[in-house]
Design a protein around this ligand. Structure first.
Ligand code: NAD
Length: 497
């Protein structure tokens, strides 16, 4: 059995805990690895190494840091097939999709190569007579990231390249369901020249997460995962005086207007609802059919959902892979059962799919519900599987209200040919990331990623300019050189005369 350990101080470390988690290949349902679940003392060791490295890494000129990140970019490109296969083997998503997610992570590394430009600061000459003032952004210290199973490369890469480029050192706690890719990413960074202890990976579960939240030497925590855990991380980290950003779950709506190009909307929805088997925080899990477009939309969707090719992620013909674990498969099937009980119309039922040779894999076919109502749990809760719910709305305003009243506000999109409708939608909608005729509006690396409402606790989004702000603190210096003129003590607030 393959053993997945920790990466601390530039080397693979076994640590002191004997607790282990099981890592499965979702395509076959077989356990292929065990992952060590770290104790508090394993975390303490990682923090000690990260703390020791901070002094010299934070003083390394940004240009030299950027050169290492450039080399890292090259190494990720060179190893992209290996990294992609690691994602597929533990997460289950199809190869090309896994590769795309790695590329989206790589784009953050590319953005981080420009860190000297982003840390330039601001300068004002003569804020007072012969007095200058400037603002700089300095790193925080040791930062930590806690990440979900659904993007084992991309989500960690939203965090550590930005934190490290800004001069921090970092401890990553990846999902215990698919941890191997994170370890490889850390080893490659060392190979690129990153000093030991700047990036550490500690595997584990709640025990090590709590140790992170309580550790006095960790200055900031970035989290991505489900909403209840995000709220817990936000509250606990803040109570322990840490800077924190905690991204949570989602229920993303796609509004289909009667004037839209329906083929485009249907194709967009297919990828957005069923890509990665719906295990994306930006998956479109609700289609809001406005006016009279509903019947045609459901008819066209149904044909395509029935034709979805479900299979192992390494099979080039698969469009959708398995779910991540058996428990998650049971949960998603349970939601489909619930939808039927709640009275929604199950137009396509993917619950009983069987794949020859992969009978033990965690597969479910695409499911499509029509006539879903806002009171139903399948509408209110995040299912995180290949289940699309169609809700009918009589007009545009009803569609907007539906979205604005929902507890989540991660992503949304609208299909329309009308510019005014698109613009009004973008203006009025209470959601962090908005697409107009774009099915999954994930911001690129040089913008920032984050939702609203209970999809994000904290002030700053991830990567892009917000990432630089999160991983640095502002310092403003006001200075006057002694001019030989003796000053008398001043007891009133200095102001410009
Ligand atoms: P999760 O919340 O179960 O786990 C996320 C991380 O938290 C993991 O590292 C896990 O080990 C840790 N964790 C789990 N339970 C914990 C507990 N009780 N105490 C402390 N730590 C705990 O999420 P998941 O199932 O891995 O990922 C899926 C979820 O992540 C979905 O809700 C999805 O919407 C969300 N997600 C959100 C975004 C976003 O950008 N908003 C992106 C990706 C995923």
């Amino acid at each position: 059995m393959n053993l997945i350990e920790h990466y601390i101080g530039g080397k693979i470390v076994t640590g002191s805990s004997s607790r282990k988690g099981k890592v499965f290949n979702p395509a076959t349902g077989t356990q292929e690895s065990e992952v060590l679940l770290a104790s508090k003392s394993d975390l303490d060791l990682a923090v000690q190494k990260a703390k020791q490295s901070f002094e010299s890494w934070s003083n390394t000129p940004p240009l030299q840091r950027a050169r290492i990140i450039f080399k890292y970019k090259e190494l990720i490109e060179k190893n992209s097939d290996l990294l992609t296969k690691l994602i597929v083997s533990e997460h289950g998503k199809v190869y090309e999709d896994a590769k795309g997610s790695l590329t989206r992570g790589l784009e953050v590394v590319e953005f981080a190569c420009g860190i000297p430009q982003m840390l330039k600061g601001e300068f004002t000459e003569n804020v007072g007579t012969n007095i200058d003032s400037w603002s700089i952004r300095q790193p925080l210290g040791v930062c930590a990231g806690i990440t979900p199973f659904n993007f084992p490369a991309m989500v960690p890469m939203w965090m550590f390249p930005m934190a490290i480029a800004c001069g921090n050192t970092f401890i990553l706690k990846p999902s215990e369901k698919d941890p191997s890719c994170s370890l490889k990413l850390a080893e490659l960074f060392s190979e690129a020249g990153l000093p030991d202890g700047v990036l550490n990976v500690v595997n584990g579960d709640k025990e090590v997460v709590d140790a992170i939240l309580e550790n006095k030497d960790i200055a900031a925590v970035s989290f991505v995962g489900s909403t209840p855990i995000a709220k817990y991380i936000y509250e606990t980290a803040a109570k322990n005086e840490k800077r924190v950003q905690a991204l949570g779950g989602a229920k993303n709506h796609c509004v289909v207007m009667p004037d839209c190009d329906l083929d485009q909307a249907v194709n967009g929805l297919m990828g957005a609802a069923y890509g990665s088997a719906g295990e994306r925080c930006m998956a479109q899990s609700v289609a809001v059919a406005v006016g009279n477009v509903g019947d045609k939309l459901v008819e066209q969707l149904a044909k395509k959902v029935e034709a979805l090719k479900v299979g192992p992620g390494m099979d080039k013909s698969s469009e959708m892979g398995p779910l991540v674990t058996k428990e998650h498969l049971e949960k998603v099937k349970g939601y489909v059962d619930l939808g039927v009980q709640e009275g929604a119309k199950l137009v396509v039922d993917g619950r009983d799919i069987k794949l020859q040779g992969y009978e033990e894999g965690y597969y479910i076919g695409g499911c499509l519900f029509d006539n879903v109502k806002k009171e139903m749990r399948i509408y209110k809760e995040e299912i995180f599987g290949p289940v699309l719910s169609v809700v009918r709305a009589k007009d545009f305003n009803e569609a907007i209200n539906l979205i604005n009243d929902h507890e989540f506000g991660n992503g949304t999109s609208i299909y329309t040919r009308d510019g005014d409708t698109g613009r009004t939608f973008a203006n009025k909608i209470k959601v962090g990331m908005v697409g107009i005729n774009i099915p999954i509006p994930v911001p690129v690396a040089f913008h920032s990623f984050g939702g609203w409402k209970r999809s994000l606790f904290g002030d700053q989004h991830m990567h892009g300019p917000e990432g630089v702000r999160f991983y640095t603190k502002l310092k403003t210096i006001t200075s006057r050189w002694p001019s030989g003129i003796r000053m008398n003590p001043e007891f009133v607030m200095p102001t410009m005369k």
